[in-house]
Design a protein around this ligand. Structure first.
Ligand SMILES: [Ca+2]
Length: 197
């Protein structure tokens, strides 16, 4: 899965997926009970090319680290396979795969994971201890958070690779919640992945 959640509509701040390096986080008043809303964005994992790329270059420098080894990525109309360097800013790649043509690309060109997604959905989950997934509601609009079922899954539909989807999440802390640093509440993203053609 190379879908990511982002904190911003410009899709520059990916939410980390387990290492807490850039979590979707908030501070709550646990004594009185508190809730916080945030709009989140779902999009293909992405970066930009840091240096102009010739059609025969097999080393790509990215502005920000992204992607995993063996992943298929796309720059413009070209598709490339990552051979090594996944998770870093320097990727060894196979050029022009899946019937596409190796081309030159300008510095700053957008790099995306090369997949379309069907039946995207998001759901709050709890990965540890007492199940507090009901603290999380998700909805298409902020207004609909009021009537969203706690812990329920939200269907977002299909997402072509160039597009993004947005939704809202509300985390509600019950009154009387002790001081703690909770890291067990997460948003799970599900979708059917298919290569772009
Ligand atoms: Ca828990």
């Amino acid at each position: 899965m190379t879908l990511r959640l982002f904190l911003d509509e410009a899709l520059t701040q990916p939410v980390s997926t387990g290492d807490m390096s850039n979590p979707d986080q908030d501070v709550f008043n646990g004594s009185d009970g508190d809730s916080k809303d945030r709009r989140l964005f779902l999009a293909n994992e992405r970066s930009q090319i840091a240096d102009a790329l010739g059609s025969e270059d097999n080393l790509i420098h990215l502005l920000t680290p992204a992607f995993e080894d063996t992943a298929t990525i796309t720059v413009g109309a070209e598709q490339l396979r990552i051979l090594a360097g996944g998770g870093t800013s320097s990727l060894n790649v196979e050029r022009g795969i899946n019937g596409t043509t190796a081309a030159t690309h300008e510095s700053g060109a957008l790099v995306l994971s090369a997949f379309n997604y069907r039946d995207c959905s998001v759901q709050g989950i709890d990965t540890e201890g007492t199940d507090e997934a009901s603290w999380i509601r998700v909805a298409a609009t902020q207004g609909e958070l009021d009537t969203a079922q706690p812990g329920a899954r939200l269907n977002l539909g299909d997402k072509p690779y160039l597009e993004s989807l947005a939704f809202w999440r509300r985390v509600t802390v019950p009154a009387g919640t002790p001081v703690q640093n909770k890291t067990d509440l997460k948003i799970r993203v599900s979708a059917m992945e298919s290569p772009i053609v």
